[in-house]
Design a protein around this ligand. Structure first.
Ligand code: PEP
Length: 249
């Protein structure tokens, strides 16, 4: 049985006190139906870590460097994130792939560094609208899977969370239908099985992301291969985020 994971990606939103207040409300949730993680901006990680301490809610970062130390102005290493109490790190979010030029090779280097530091990478894959409309969805997502997760041992693969996030659904209010999402999730699970084995495929956590809201969460997460959600906009208020957690089966 896979336990669902709901991860909130705050992106570049909230401020020190509003983020801490949101985290304080989330930790009060008793008997959540899912594992929960929140991913604040780097500068608020330490503050939010203080709020989460002693709770079951995990801390995640939104990005990490593919380097350990050195002259990389503005970057933050995986070891630094561990020091701040992070358990997860989002890697290869489409906003970083498309706006900041992150390639599959860079994503792969970040995944390997994150694993070496003891973090669980949440690795994002997903197609552009034009790619979906021209029938390339499966080819694009398979290629991202292959390259972004290249060179991982079976034990390393067990630490990976995959997030299928169709780019056309992120922040747009357009959500993939449960059927569209399920097809890609099932295909990703097959990729894991083909490369590793069915036990690893069956335990792999594959999240859906892209305009998940309280009113569509239950149907999406009711699909057999959807194991939770990476939530952007709806993770910024406790009411919507907790309603999504509550929609887990
Ligand atoms: C995201 O940025 O990962 C995301 C899924 O955003 P939203 O929920 O706002 O579409």
């Amino acid at each position: 049985m896979r336990r669902p994971l709901i991860a909130g990606n705050w992106k570049m939103n909230l401020r020190r006190e509003s983020g801490a207040a949101l985290a304080r409300t989330i930790v009060q949730l008793r008997s959540p139906k899912a594992d929960i993680a929140v991913c604040p901006p780097f500068v608020y990680l330490e503050k939010v870590a203080d709020v989460l301490r002693g709770s079951t809610v995990e801390l995640g970062a939104q990005n990490a460097s593919q380097f350990d130390d050195g002259a990389y102005t503005g970057e933050v290493s995986c070891e630094m994130l561990v020091e701040l109490g992070c358990r997860y790190v989002i890697v290869g979010h489409s906003e970083r792939r498309t706006v900041l030029g992150e390639t599959d090779e860079i994503v792969n280097a970040k995944v390997l560094k994150a694993l070496a530091a003891g973090l669980r990478p949440i690795v994002c894959v997903g197609e552009h609208l034009a790619e979906r409309e021209s029938g390339q969805t499966f080819a694009v997502v398979r290629r991202q899977f292959e390259r972004s997760l290249a060179g991982l041992s079976a034990d390393q693969m067990k630490q990976i969370v995959i997030a299928y996030e169709p780019i056309w659904a992120i922040g747009t209010g357009k959500v993939a239908t449960p059927k569209q999402a399920q097809e890609v999730h099932a295909d990703l699970r097959n990729q894991v099985e083909n490369r590793y084995n069915s036990a690893i495929a069956q335990q792999s956590i594959i999240l859906y992301g892209g305009s998940v809201k309280p009113d569509n969460a239950a149907e999406l997460m009711g699909q057999p291969d959807i194991d939770g959600a990476l939530v952007g906009g709806a993770s910024l208020t406790a009411a919507t985020f907790l309603a999504i957690v509550d929609a887990c089966h």
